[in-house]
Design a protein. Structure first.
Length: 69
């Protein structure tokens, strides 16, 4: 993990609507991971898309554990 590749990303929990902020590591490239809500502890699916050309973060999508992203 490179500190310069960490990007703070804010969104709302798809379960309880609490505001959340997670650090996204763009140096990992595009990936899918799970994060737990800090408020309700529900599993949140996080899909990170990073440009293979520039290494820039293109998008972050979140959803419930039974959502298809």
């Amino acid at each position: 993990m490179h500190d310069d590749a960490l990007i703070e990303h804010g969104f709302y929990c798809p379960y309880c609507a609490s505001p959340l902020t997670f650090a996204i590591d763009a140096s990992q490239g595009s990936h899918t991971t799970w994060e737990d809500c800090h408020q309700c502890c529900a599993p949140i699916l996080v899909e990170v898309v990073v440009s293979p050309f520039s290494g820039e973060l293109e998008s972050v999508r979140t959803g419930r554990d039974d959502d298809v992203l």
